[in-house]
Design a protein around this ligand. Structure first.
Ligand code: THU
Length: 136
């Protein structure tokens, strides 16, 4: 599936907006995500931390869980941005746990868009980020 550059920029813009909603009193590291479902709906997510640390949830998983909890399980792409105090300084690749959660629902050609801005981004397939992944 080819993504047009306007669609890519729209996803990045939605991910950037989510940085405002990150709940990060511990790390102060904001992450925003925008997940494009095959039906065209975009599910957004932010990271949500917890005083007990372990229950914290990443932005990517927030987006996936919002979608799946509404019955949507087929996706084409996700945009991810992040940085300290919400300032994007570098690319913010998904953690290993989020890669595995994406692999539960997404095919190998699912696109992961890592962005520094609307103009500066890199696109990876899930297969590139999680090769030889586990599934039942
Ligand atoms: N974080 C994400 O939201 N996504 C990732 O893929 C990596 C890490 C969050 C978790 C925590 O709230 C903060 O970034 C610092 O680790």
């Amino acid at each position: 599936m080819e993504l047009e550059s306007t669609a890519i920029k729209e996803l990045i813009a939605k991910a950037i907006k989510m940085l405002d909603y990150s709940y990060v009193p511990y790390s102060h590291f904001h992450v925003g995500a925008a997940l494009l479902a095959k039906n065209g709906t975009v599910y957004t997510g932010c990271n949500i931390e917890n005083a007990a640390y372990g229950p914290s949830n990443c932005a990517e998983r927030t987006a996936v869980f919002k979608a799946v909890s509404e019955g949507v399980k087929e996706f084409d792409a996700i945009a991810v941005v992040g940085g300290p105090e919400g300032q994007i300084k570098d690319f913010c690749p998904p953690c290993g746990v989020c890669r595995q959660v994406l692999a539960e629902f997404c095919t190998r050609d699912f696109k992961v868009i890592l962005a520094k801005s609307l103009e500066e981004y890199r696109i990876f397939t899930l297969e590139q980020l999680l090769p030889e992944s586990f599934s039942l």
